[in-house]
Design a protein around this ligand. Structure first.
Ligand code: NI
Ligand code: MN
Length: 232
């Protein structure tokens, strides 16, 4: 299995037969190495969303309409995608729940963040989530946008995480030092920073992050370029 970080928090889990897209933010993502035309050629098993902010919902509506793929997201966001945007294959889930598909499962876990969905005058609220995805014997945790939370200790207790994707950009999420503490809670084999450097306000020093992870944790830091796949 190969993991690709297409800039910001857009992660692709790619196997020999299909891909899962997490938070597919393409248009406006200054670090993104793929375009929508390339992405919709992929055999997409599902899009999994952490929350409804535009840098995470991203280009989901266009990709889902072009490919007919399933979208899995929190209940309020699912309601918005079906009622307002007309998507047909949307599976809702709430924090604590797990959605099981033939290729993978995804569990929705706590994230501490805003609850808005950015569109004009919409009444929908969305609980932000982190995602624990299990596929082909591997567990991947995508934290979404979140503050450091003690709940992350539960992930370290209950799961054997191969790869944790943690925001480090500060301002809207954890910064570097809190992400290092989060890594000590989650105890992943490998940790990859997300949600940084795509705007001046979330600028972060990935070398410093890697250095602090090496100093304070037994996890291995991964800082791939957007075009650089990681084999799990
Ligand atoms: Ni957000
Ligand atoms: Mn965000």
């Amino acid at each position: 299995m190969v993991i690709k970080r297409h800039g910001h928090s857009f992660i692709e889990i790619e196997t020999n037969n299909w891909s899962i897209l997490i938070d597919p933010f393409i248009k406006g993502n200054t670090d993104c190495d793929v375009n929508i035309e390339q992405i919709i050629q992929r055999p997409i098993a599902a899009i999994c969303l952490t929350h409804g902010h535009s840098d995470h919902l991203g280009d989901t509506p266009q990709i889902a309409k072009a490919t007919g793929c399933t979208v899995i997201c929190e209940f309020g966001l699912a309601h918005y995608l079906t009622k307002e945007l007309g998507l047909e294959k949307v599976i809702p889930c709430s924090i604590g729940g797990t959605i099981r598909q033939s290729e993978f499962s995804v569990k929705f876990v706590t994230a501490i963040h805003g609850n808005g969905i950015q569109s004009n005058n919409n009444p929908y609220k969305n609980a932000p989530a982190g995602l624990i995805i299990k596929t082909e014997g591997k567990t991947i945790y995508h934290a979404g946008d979140t503050a450091l939370t003690l709940d992350m200790q539960l992930i370290g207790m209950l799961e054997q995480v191969e790869l944790a994707c943690l925001p480090i950009g500060d301002t809207f999420t954890m910064g570097v030092e809190d992400a290092v503490v989060a890594t000590t809670f989650i105890k992943p084999k490998q940790v990859m920073p997300i949600h940084y450097n795509t705007r001046p306000v979330i600028k972060a020093d990935t070398h410093h992050f890697a250095q602090r992870i090496n100093e304070k944790t037994s996890s291995k830091p991964l800082i791939p370029a957007p075009w650089e796949p990681i084999t799990l």
